[in-house]
Ligand binder design. Structure first.
Ligand code: NAD
Length: 387
């Protein structure tokens, strides 16, 4: 055991050194680490989407639940730069079916008890944490300590402090941390972001983001119905509205002006609906609402000379939008998650910025915390960690 630890420690040291020098991967990649290179004016063209190499990142999924089985594992089959090579679960009885379906080796299959041994498995480059939100911090820190890059589902964690622990663990281990914000990779959403960046309709004057689904209140038997596990409208769906207002306005909010939350009447009850108003530097306001009992789904940006919006803004399929002068932000793309994972794989391979790094996930969780505080106190609350 002592020997295993020293191997892992040495491996981690090598990875940290590699990350520090940029030589993180095999020789085929060395010519392509474009992120921090100096570029002359002539070759400032957009980086090619495909690097000149044939290596794929080996991804291990941690948490074989609904999103992993319904979306991420199938989407991995559609990626160009990733391969589903590993499984980590607390329910080992799930492994045979997953191994057979996705051709994953027994040697690349782990339980929560054995997952630290993945440090010695060179076939795995990334651990993708897809478990209930309240477990993200601990799993992500353990994943980082194995020397693997970490992808983590939204919302990043329960508090900004937990998010910071995850960022620190990744930095200490010389690995990268991305959040599974699929909308930020979705091509039509990116067209909307471009309109904001270009101020195509003049200065922004307001915005709203609504993300909710109709149905019965979540069962208290499931983590989605348990407040302390990260269940409820605001963490589960509201993070899309908070994040949508951020990418839609390209601005950081300074305060929650007011907020309300409705919840059932028991100790660990989740919010069923949350509504909030954010204020930005300069005074612009934005409205957000989210629900697990009411259906709505749109992101709308108002500007001095027009408006533009995504409607719907965040389902797995069908995301499209339009502008006040009749342009279509479409057509809907086939698979958001495969685009997300390819983007994140390329960012690792080419040593470039993630579209949605851990530092961004932390900012959104800080907004969520301020909304909760404002709803509880009935007061305006300043939002921290937005710098
Ligand atoms: P799920 O309940 O279907 O699956 C959760 C998995 O985590 C299960 O395999 C469960 O066994 C495991 N787990 C580990 N520790 C656990 C614990 N302490 N309690 C309960 N389960 C535990 O949930 P899901 O829908 O797959 O969601 C998982 C994560 O993915 C959440 O953070 C959620 O917000 C996120 N998610 C993201 C999207 C998206 O579109 N990006 C969609 C759905 C879910």
């Amino acid at each position: 055991m002592a020997q295993k630890k020293s191997i892992s420690t040495r491996r981690r040291f090598l990875r940290q050194s590699a990350a520090a020098t940029g030589f993180l991967f095999a020789p085929g990649l060395i010519g392509c680490t474009s992120g921090n290179n100096n570029t002359s004016a002539e070759d400032a063209a957009p980086a090619p989407r495909r690097p000149n190499q044939d290596r794929k990142l080996g991804v291990a999924i941690l948490g074989l639940g609904g999103y992993a089985s319904g979306q991420i594992a199938p989407a991995l089959q559609l990626t160009e730069h990733c391969e589903l090579r590993g499984l980590i679960t607390g329910s080992p009885e799930k492994l045979p079916e997953w191994q057979e379906k996705y051709n994953v080796k027994e040697a690349n299959s782990y339980t929560y008890d054995t997952m630290d041994e993945i440090a010695d498995n060179d076939e795995i480059d990334v651990i993708y944490v897809i478990t209930p939100t309240a477990t993200h911090r601990d799993f992500a820190v353990r994943a980082a300590n194995t020397g693997k890059h970490v992808w983590c589902e939204k919302p990043m964690a329960m508090t900004a402090e937990e998010c910071q622990d995850m960022i620190d663990a990744c930095n200490e281990n010389g690995v990268r941390l991305a959040i599974g914000y699929r909308m930020m990779h979705e091509p039509n959403t990116r067209k909307l972001i471009e309109l904001t960046e270009e101020r195509a309709y003049g200065a922004l004057t307001g915005a709203h983001a609504y993300a909710g689904y109709g149905g019965s209140p979540p069962s208290t038997d499931n983590w989605r119905g348990q407040r302390d596990m990260g269940g409820g409208a605001l963490y589960d769906m509201g993070v899309y509205s908070v994040n949508g207002l951020r990418y839609g306005t390209q601005m950081a909010p300074e305060a929650v002006v007011k907020a309300t939350q409705t919840r059932q009447d028991h100790a660990n009850a989740v919010d069923l609906t949350t509504e909030y108003t954010l204020r930005y530097p300069g005074g612009m306001l934005a409205e957000g609402k989210t629900s697990v009992v009411t259906n709505y789904n749109e992101l709308h940006i108002e500007a001095e000379e027009g408006w533009y919006e995504m409607d719907p803004m965040q389902p797995y399929t069908g995301v499209t939008g339009e502008t006040s002068d009749g342009k279509l932000l479409g057509p809907a793309v086939e698979n958001q998650q495969s685009i997300q994972m390819d983007d994140d794989a390329l960012a690792i391979m080419n040593d470039t910025e993630f579209i949605a790094p851990g530092t961004l996930g932390l900012k959104d969780v800080a907004v969520i915390q301020a909304i909760i505080e404002s709803a509880a106190s009935g007061q305006e609350v300043a939002i921290e960690h937005q710098g």
